[in-house]
Design a protein around this ligand. Structure first.
Ligand code: ATP
Ligand code: MG
Length: 360
């Protein structure tokens, strides 16, 4: 059987380089190189509301931003079904049934959710909807029979949860769901891209991101403010490249041809790193090189976005059309789910006959 691929993003802000290397690039690659059955890309607005319920305007605004980002990195509506989570009630329905199959203590053990609770100061008053979002995420994946989910490292516990729910459901009600697997980026750094402040993860919520839609001036400013080696004070001091975010980003983004074009004094990244380690190479020179390297990737994305921004109606049509198609698939699946659970009362014409037998 061919793959069904599903991924999504929360519309809590524009998408950034972490999303790009952690997931978007993989999606575009799969879109162009794999012979899949279906590829879904979901804007997870209901999930975003679990920690932004008091700021619905933010979600409403960012829905279109995320859609613009998708299209500008090259995801193609002719190949991909884009949909909006909240507009598919079958997802909420499935979440409700799944909630019976998971315990509170299991939910409290999820390491990604644990760290997100801390980050959001939810320790003393935790919205129940936030704690259970991994269950709703499992529904997102399983309702569409997705077996492949290209994500960053922070999503692995969610996939584990989805597999457990698929297994429990299948055990109790009969084989209905496939167990999905995460596809992580090849390189370790891309699985969890650090922020420009050196923080462990570039994230919309942490204010440490370079956005795909940032203009050239902003990218420049952000790179110039990047965390490097705090002990590399004078140019002649030896420097460290490990944990130095400029080099981390160069590891991910620089290609051999960038050296030929922008920095011909160095043959490759190893040569640049060696010089930095020895001393005698300043941060500014490395940062200027990184700006050029990033611009090489970001400029075409930015240009495409500028075109799309002129016709938002078209972007909305793409979302609406995809949502309609995704809903059709979801409705079919939820019928299967209800049949397995024996709650398809009005569809199952044998039911009334069987019950009637009892009274004969
Ligand atoms: P929020 O702070 O609102 O949770 P986020 O920046 O974490 O936003 P999500 O929408 O939660 O973004 O994540 C979408 C996808 O991007 C997920 O697959 C996630 O693993 C991936 N991702 C997000 N940040 C990074 C990162 N820094 N490095 C690699 N992948 C990432
Ligand atoms: Mg997140």
């Amino acid at each position: 059987m061919k793959d069904i691929i599903l991924t999504g993003d929360r519309p809590t802000g524009r998408l950034h380089l972490g999303h790009y290397v952690g997931s978007l690039k993989n999606r575009v690659k799969m879109q162009n190189e794999t012979d899949f059955e279906k590829m879904y890309v979901m804007i997870a607005d209901s999930q975003a509301l679990t920690d932004n319920f008091d700021n619905p305007e933010k979600i409403r605004e960012n829905l279109i931003e995320v859609a613009l980002d998708y299209l500008s990195v090259g995801l193609d509506p002719a190949k991909v079904t884009f949909f909006v989570q909240s507009q598919i009630p079958e997802l909420t329905e499935l979440t409700f049934y799944f909630l019976n199959l998971v315990t509170l203590s299991r939910l409290e053990r999820n390491p990604t959710v644990k760290s997100e609770i801390k980050l959001r100061n939810f320790e003393t008053s935790l919205p129940a909807g936030f704690l259970i979002y991994p269950v709703s995420q499992a529904a997102d994946i399983l309702l569409f029979d997705a077996n492949i989910v290209p994500v960053g490292e922070d999503q692995e516990p969610m996939l584990e949860q989805a597999r457990e729910l698929a297994r429990s459901f299948n055990n109790i009600y009969g084989k209905t769901f496939v167990e999905p697997k995460a596809v992580l980026p090849e390189t370790k750094i891309a699985r969890r891209m650090p922020g420009i402040d050196g923080g462990a993860k570039m994230s919309k919520s942490l204010g440490n991101a370079i956005y795909l839609a940032d203009d050239k001036k902003t990218v420049k400013k952000k790179v110039m403010s990047m965390y490097t080696d705090p002990n590399h004070i004078n140019i002649d001091d030896p420097g460290r490249v490990e944990g130095n975010i400029v080099f981390t980003y160069l590891d991910v983004f620089s290609k051999p041809e960038h050296f030929k074009e922008f920095l011909p004094d160095y043959e490759n990244l190893d040569a640049l790193k060696d010089h930095y380690r020895r001393g005698g190479l300043g941060d500014v020179k490395c940062k200027k090189f990184l700006i050029k390297v990033l611009e090489d990737e970001l400029e075409p994305i930015r240009n495409k976005r500028a075109d799309l921004e002129k016709d938002l109606e078209k972007v909305f049509d793409i979302l609406e059309d995809g949502t309609r198609r995704a809903r059709e698939a979801g409705q079919k699946k939820i019928e299967e789910v209800k049949k397995a659970m024996g709650i398809n009362y009005f569809v199952d014409k044998d039911l009334i006959k069987t019950l009637q037998e009892k009274y004969k």
